[in-house]
Design a protein around this ligand. Structure first.
Ligand SMILES: [Zn+2]
Length: 311
């Protein structure tokens, strides 16, 4: 049987929120089968639980933000996508995330620190079949036209692949590979995707700062690019780090479904907003998907029954 997974032990992380700039503490705890991933705001007088599912997403402008039932007036947790990406990369199904602020810490701007934390706590197989969200019909969304065209698509596939293309005018980004295809069954998430950092252009960063955003962002947790070059003194971690970060984000945004996908995901210049709309579009049509389990490991797509290799 391909089994559900949780943590073996409790682990903690401390960091700053990239938007608020404030210190945040996370406690990651094991959870029972079929719990899913649940954030708990422990800084409030009454702790508030926010279960990760597509309807809990309440804002996708800068990052993916959730609240109970997607209520914009309710307590929130923002920037969940890098932690969720790490969970997806390690095949974690069930987890409690206690958090004492409204934003997940940015750490190094990638998913690598979360992968390290989760693996240090250990991954445990649980006595319940892992539930996959199998896409049965192609769903596609397009927005804008001409240079502002973006689209994203989910197609049926026995496995889970993600293909992303970006198209930036910026010469420093354009000089790197702007298209990448990743197979989640390859076991290469940690090596090829997890270390890709978030990025920003200096002009955008100045604008966002003036609005009180990205106050915690700096070159320790983001790639910063001016009109011509990467400003970080140690350069890029991958030749194509920008597009790999978009895949890292997409993996996190799709994990909001509550189950790993069995699908081929493709995006051209999409982002958090389009990713969430795509998931909602899929789930609107009950004949477009089904929840499946694998009683025998051999029936699962290649690489899905094994635990991800350790560092
Ligand atoms: Zn990101």
């Amino acid at each position: 049987m391909v089994a559900q997974r949780t943590l073996k032990s409790i682990t903690r992380a401390v960091g700053v929120g990239i938007h608020s700039g404030r210190k945040v503490e996370l406690v990651l705890r094991p959870a029972a089968p079929n719990t899913g991933i649940v954030f708990r705001r422990v800084d409030l007088a009454q702790p508030v639980d926010i279960k990760v599912d597509p309807q809990s997403v309440c804002d996708t402008r800068m990052a993916t933000t959730i609240s109970p039932g997607g209520d914009p007036g309710a307590p929130k947790v923002q920037t969940i996508e890098h932690l969720l990406s790490a969970c997806a990369g390690l095949g974690l199904d069930n987890l409690y995330v206690d958090i004492n602020a409204d934003e997940v810490p940015i750490l190094d701007g990638s998913a690598a620190s979360f992968v390290f934390l989760l693996q240090s706590a250990g991954i445990e197989l649980q006595p319940a079949p892992k539930r996959f969200l199998k896409v049965k019909k192609t769903v596609e969304l397009r927005r804008g036209e001409g240079r502002s065209l973006m689209w994203a698509r989910l197609e049926p596939h026995h496995g889970y692949t993600l293909s992303f293309e970006i198209e930036f005018d910026n010469p420093a980004v354009a000089a790197t590979g702007q298209r990448y295809v990743f197979d989640m069954g390859s076991g290469q998430y940690k090596k090829e995707i997890a270390r890709a950092r978030t990025f920003g252009m200096t002009a955008d960063i100045e604008l966002m700062r003036s609005r009180g955003l990205t106050l915690g962002g700096n070159m320790d947790n983001a790639i910063v690019v001016d009109d011509y070059r990467v400003l970080n003194s140690d350069g890029l971690r991958y030749d194509d780090e920008f597009v790999k970060h978009k895949i890292l984000d997409a993996i996190g945004d799709m994990q909001v479904a509550g189950h790993p996908l069995l699908a081929a995901y493709t995006s051209f210049k999409g982002g958090h907003a389009l990713n969430n709309l795509l998931l909602r579009e899929l789930l609107k049509d009950e004949s477009a998907y089904e929840i499946v389990t694998f009683e025998r490991d051999e029936e699962a797509p290649r690489g899905f029954a094994e635990l991800a290799p350790a560092w």
